[in-house]
Ligand binder design. Structure first.
Ligand SMILES: [Zn+2]
Length: 290
């Protein structure tokens, strides 16, 4: 992030080092795939029942975040980058126009054919002059090896005065501190940029075109439960040791655990548990283009 060479190892996960920059506190996976290989990974794969269920669950939260930061959607254009199957866009049809960007072919097909949503295959498919009132980036930036350049690129498609909303995990949150290396979102072959409230707001403010307009965070109840279990059993239950082999071999048709329960609770959990700070495990930042 800051091009310093003053790096330390934060964690070692199944052979992949998570580095910590001593100059700017940014954390990132080392020994990641080349950019082309990463794109191909998302284009060809990245489609199964677990992804679909997980995105349905996340959409119940993300629509709340969007409406909290941008209460008036009618008359405004929305671009969701990393739109997946399109569940968030489907809930934001009161916008004047909605569109997504999705690399995964299978998710793109569902978004366009099943939900009938305008979807681009990549940012390169947008016309240079395309501008939007609101751009959302939910659970995307942790997958991007060059987040600064990526956000600047996205800013080019934002109207002056337009909103960019970013949601990602907070790797300095209490749950991460308690679970340590057993926090389930350390998935270093997919998640390569690990932010905290400070490193994310710092990066956004230093970019130039964006000014901070609001923050929100909460801790998902599933992670609260894991943290309590982990503490109560002195680390025997609740954590999850990362293994690429195990990740690859999970039953992809099995779907998401407790899916109906998660949908039901999430509808109220964000309203109950979120606050105007960046202390929670999921953090959301609203920025406005100057
Ligand atoms: Zn740095």
């Amino acid at each position: 992030m800051c091009h310093s060479n003053d790096l330390g190892d934060h964690l070692m996960l199944d052979g992949i080092r998570v580095a910590h920059c001593n100059a700017c506190d940014f954390m990132f996976s080392r020994e990641t795939m080349q950019a082309v290989a990463i794109d191909q990974f998302y284009i060809d794969g990245y489609h199964d029942q677990r992804h679909m269920d997980g995105q349905r669950v996340n959409a119940t939260i993300n629509i709340n975040v969007l409406r909290r930061f941008c209460p008036q959607l009618s008359g405004r254009s929305l671009l969701d980058v990393g739109s997946g199957y399109g569940f968030l866009l489907d809930k934001a049809r009161d916008c004047a126009s909605i569109a997504g960007v999705e690399l995964s072919r299978a998710q793109y097909d569902y978004s366009t054919k099943t939900l009938g949503l305008k979807t681009y295959r990549s940012l390169e498919d947008l016309a240079a002059e395309d501008r939007f009132d609101i751009i959302t980036l939910f659970e995307v930036i942790e997958h991007i090896p060059e987040p600064r350049e990526f956000v600047l690129r996205i800013c080019e498609h934002l109207k002056p005065g337009g909103s960019l909303i970013i949601g990602t995990d907070n790797f300095a949150s209490n749950v991460v501190k308690v679970l340590g290396g057993q926090f389930p979102k350390w998935i270093p072959h997919e998640h390569v940029s690990f932010f905290t409230g400070t490193t994310l707001t710092g990066m956004l403010e230093r970019l130039g075109p964006l000014k901070l307009a609001g923050v929100r965070s909460f801790t998902p109840w599933e992670l609260q439960a894991r943290r309590l279990m982990f503490s109560a059993t002195a680390g025997r239950k609740g954590g999850k040791t990362y293994s690429y082999e195990t990740e690859r071999n999970v039953d992809e048709a099995a779907g998401y655990r407790f899916f109906p329960l998660r949908i039901a609770i999430n509808r109220i959990w964000f309203a109950l548990a979120s606050g105007s700070n960046l202390n929670g495990e999921m953090m959301y930042i609203h920025t406005i283009k100057r």
